[in-house]
Design a protein around this ligand. Structure first.
Ligand SMILES: Cc1cc2nc3c(=O)[nH]c(=O)nc-3n(C[C@H](O)[C@H](O)[C@H](O)COP(=O)(O)OP(=O)(O)OC[C@H]3O[C@@H](n4cnc5c(N)ncnc54)[C@H](O)[C@@H]3O)c2cc1C
Length: 446
């Protein structure tokens, strides 16, 4: 009988299992599908390297650095090209460079001169003691409406596939919410954070990065090191309490007893498994909404561009009324993402603001996005390669009122000792957030 059973081998479950194993715990990781990694997926097709889920890792936390050291993966890392520091935003049908630091806000043409003057008055805007508020309301109140519409909106839709009118500032950008509550201003809080970082430098200053054979290298390495402690093709149907243990039932019929269970599946997958424990748990987790995303990969010969796209890519504010959320210049960012003489673009479509688009097929989506891409990036002709991956439920949405869900999850864990809930619906959606949360949980358990 394993001491700990973890359900779900996305990056959250894999990291937690690996850390527990390193700490000497007897752990078993159960995964429903036939591979580990969850939404992280890299495919190699016709010489293109395609990321169907996350594209990049960004920045460095101590947990991520320690994990990469421990997995001996530092020589597998590929940093994005220097040009990738440049991102653009579409405004009035023109791509405009995004400020790389707060001071560059004065030189950007994304927002007007009047909006810049309004934005820099932020430290003098009175702080409000609201429990929560939408991202739109927070940015409009503190920085003005143009910043909300042309900087916050595309970031929220491009990164979270979210809607700024629905997402909670407190849970989606907890540091910004804290800056207002603790320092009275976002700018003051950020400046103080910068000062702290320069006096106590982190171990590494990585920007945007991936691995030589794509992001899937990370879950693959974790899976390899876990060895027989991971079982794929093991779909869990229910969890019940047996005295002071848990009985985990697989759809194949077998049962496993464990002292501790860690659910590392998406929230919607937790709900049916927990039906035997408490109905309020199921109802609570079923409330977490996930936004759909379609990832459309388009390959072109370099000769089809009058100038090759350089940089990270661009994001599209809702006000521009386009049929996609943003476009990543995948082969400009990393070498070896397209065959020699070719360019790979990754277009993100759908999200909370245009969910119906994420259900369309590749042909329909190409027809809808190509006219704009051709004009914006000076492309002639048809793509030579097209690949679509559609996610019905891609990214959890920390919507206004999310505090109730977080408190409910905390109460569940208190009511059922030995049961833990882990995943991107709690404590941040990025791969780095998932790794940090999984590491912290493992360390508190052993
Ligand atoms: C399209 C897309 C783009 C993204 N881009 C980025 C990016 O560029 N950078 C970034 O940092 N983050 C990005 N993210 C977010 C990040 O990738 C995810 O938040 C993170 O990988 C989620 O990991 P997880 O382990 O919590 O969940 P998941 O990856 O969803 O893993 C959960 C696992 O549980 C398994 N499971 C479900 N039910 C059961 C069951 N009953 N029994 C057993 N197993 C079960 C599933 O099969 C799955 O393997 C992106 C996400 C998506 C979808």
């Amino acid at each position: 009988m394993p001491h700990t059973v973890i359900i779900g081998a996305g990056i959250s479950g894999l990291t937690c299992a690996y850390q527990l194993m390193q700490l000497g715990d007897d752990v078993l990781l159960l995964e429903a599908s036939n591979r580990a990694g969850g939404v992280i997926g890299t495919e190699r097709l016709y010489g293109y390297l395609l990321e169907t889920g996350p594209n990049t890792l960004r920045g460095s936390t101590a947990e991520l650095e320690d994990l990469l050291d421990s997995l001996r993966m530092n020589d597998r890392i590929v940093e994005a090209s220097a040009a990738s520091n440049t991102r653009s935003i579409l405004r009035d049908n023109v791509l405009r460079s995004l400020p790389r630091n707060p001071l560059e806000i004065f030189s950007t043409s994304i927002i007007s001169a009047k909006a810049k003057l309004r934005a820099v008055r932020e430290p003098f805007v009175a702080a409000m003691s609201q429990e929560d508020e939408t991202i739109d309301s927070f940015f409009t109140r503190r920085f003005g409406s143009e910043v909300a519409q042309y900087l916050a909106d595309p970031f929220v839709s491009g990164v979270y596939a979210g809607d700024k009118d629905m997402l909670s500032i407190r849970h989606t950008f907890p540091s910004l919410w804290k800056h207002e509550h603790e320092r009275g201003s976002v700018i003051k809080g950020m400046l103080r954070g910068r000062k702290k970082r320069t006096t106590s430098p982190s171990r590494s200053r990585r920007g945007i990065y991936s691995f030589k054979r794509g992001l899937a290298e990370l879950p693959q390495r974790l899976e390899k090191d876990l060895g027989a402690r991971i079982a794929c093709g093991a779909l869990v149907s229910s969890i019940t309490r047996m005295n002071d243990r848990y009985e985990i039932t697989l759809t194949a019929g077998s049962q496993i007893l464990a002292d501790r269970v860690i659910l590392a599946t998406p929230a919607y997958a937790c709900a049916p498994m927990l039906k035997g424990l408490a109905t309020n748990v199921r109802d609570l987790l079923a409330q977490v909404r996930y936004a759909p995303i379609a990832t459309l990969h388009l390959g072109f010969a370099n000769s089809q561009f009058s100038k090759l796209p350089q940089g990270f890519g661009f994001l599209v504010p809702s006000r521009e009324k386009k049929q996609f959320l943003g476009c990543i210049f995948s082969s400009s960012m990393f070498a070896d993402r397209a065959p020699a003489g070719h360019t790979l673009l990754t277009v993100m479509i759908g999200g909370s603001t245009q969910p119906e688009l994420a259900r369309l097929d590749a042909e329909e989506l190409s027809e809808r996005v190509l006219p704009d891409l051709r004009r914006l990036l000076s492309i002639t002709g048809e793509p030579l390669f097209t690949h679509l991956h559609s996610w019905n439920r891609a990214i959890p949405q920390y919507e206004i009122g999310y505090q109730v869900i977080i408190e409910g999850i905390n109460e569940i864990e208190q009511a059922f000792p030995g049961l833990h809930l882990l995943g991107s619906y709690r404590g941040g959606v990025s791969v780095g957030d998932c790794i940090r949360n999984a590491t912290e949980l493992a360390q508190t358990l052993v």
